[in-house]
Design a protein around this ligand. Sequence first.
Ligand code: FAQ
Length: 332
Amino acid sequence: MPSSASSSPGDTAAAPPREPDLQAHFDRTIARDQRVEPRDWMPEGYRRTLIRQIAQHAHSEIIGMQPEGAWITRAPSLRRKAILFAKVQDEAGHGLYLYSAAETLGADRDDLTDRLIEGRQKYSSIFNYPTPTFADVGVIGWFVDGAAICNQVPLCRSSYGPYARAMVRVCKEESFHQRQGYELLRTMMTGTQAQRDMVQDAVDRWWWPSLMMFGPPDDDSPNSAQSMAWRIKRHSNDELRQKFVDMTVPQAEKLGVTLPDPELKWNEERGHHDFGTPDFSELMRVIKGDGPCNAERMARRRTAHEEGAWVREAAAAHAAKQARREEKERAA
Ligand code: FAQ
């Protein structure tokens, strides 16, 4: 594991370090594949990019609780209900680690939440699609968590320490989530014809939106080049999309479902699958708020925030009371 850039020129120099020296130290840290830590100097652009990506990621985890959460009360058995409950709770935990990582960069969690609620920050497009059947729960686990793993395993080596470390635990849990989705679908595929049809229908609806999750194609990705130079991102959007397709095709064969892409085929020369182009104009529409469930997801998030106000107030009052008590004990 790369070691941290533990000392910055600012730690030892008697005179305040000059910006070119700080920049040179930061550049060396990145070039040596070491970690940047919260107290290290970093360029403002690096800080802003991280806050943007980590906040969007955190918002995605929190909004991402909704599509599957809708099935907790309707899961077909106690076992499925317990599994789904645990999974949705894990997503809340991921959101919390990520908001904490953003806070180490100076972001304020309340402000980030306001930005989401006011539509000034994004969350993943994938969570704006509906979940009309229980097979959707399985396909989200298989595709969406599968895509999240492809995207997030490289983020465990991201240059920013707190983000990279948060990703280690998140990826372990996503891996479990993906398996539970696949196991659910395998069970359904050994059931009735109606269940098999339900799985195929969910696969047909989620395949293209899952490919869109990786973002616009590399040529239209304004942030990729700089994020990769800073080693925040380790692979481009298209590279990760390809990895996901290559990983998923054999799983689909084993499961006995058809991926809805007539252009999908193995390319011996490239050593990868060729596949069709997702409708990126749909991705842009969904990102801008015009997806099937954007309004519903945001309305639910706003309501949850308003209804949770008393919990935040009670927690703050409790913390203040405890601080006063500790202060009194110290003074005694
Ligand atoms: N949806 O220049 P790029 C999960 C935006 S968590 C919405 O390529 P970048 C767990 C992008 O922000 C899923 N917006 O941007 C789970 C940028 O806008 P901005 C979330 C998108 O940052 C599973 C603009 O388009 N994962 O699934 C999307 O270099 C199951 C231009 O794009 C993460 O957030 C999109 N799909 O690359 C939970 C992973 N794609 O900010 C519940 C971390 C792009 O300039 C159930 N993030 N945009 O206004 C990343 O790896 C990157 O941020 C990308 C985008 C790859 C998402």
